[in-house]
Design a protein around this ligand. Structure first.
Ligand SMILES: [Zn+2]
Length: 110
């Protein structure tokens, strides 16, 4: 599809895409895993179905998958940061595709 686009529209797309980059410092690589469990204490709310929630960041690291515990208070930010990371990665892929096109394009008068 992009092979049919001219240089000007490629540059326009590139400019539009970089306007969509989330705050690059607010990124988190990996995915969140929410675990719900009961603690085993009698009379705890978890015995009545309100299980305790624990949040982990699952992340590949040095060829392995590691699970990092995150405190409950970090949950909302962690979700947003993971989303930002994925968005940034997808933007980098799109920019890379556009740049391949720009770099391989013949000059109109060359
Ligand atoms: Zn409990």
């Amino acid at each position: 599809m992009e092979l049919l686009m001219n240089e000007r529209s490629l540059l326009q797309r590139r400019r539009k895409i970089i306007g969509q980059i989330p705050k690059i410092e607010e990124c988190l690589r990996g995915s969140l895993v929410i675990m719900k469990r009961s603690c085993g204490k009698l009379n705890c709310r978890c015995q009545k179905g309100q299980k305790h929630k624990a949040i982990y960041l699952s992340q590949s690291y040095k060829g392995k998958t590691r699970m990092l515990y995150l405190p409950q208070r970090a949950e909302d930010k962690a979700h947003q940061y993971v989303k930002n990371y994925q968005k940034i990665r997808s933007i980098l892929n799109s920019l890379s595709d556009i740049n391949i096109n720009l770099l391989t394009k013949r000059q109109a008068n060359g």
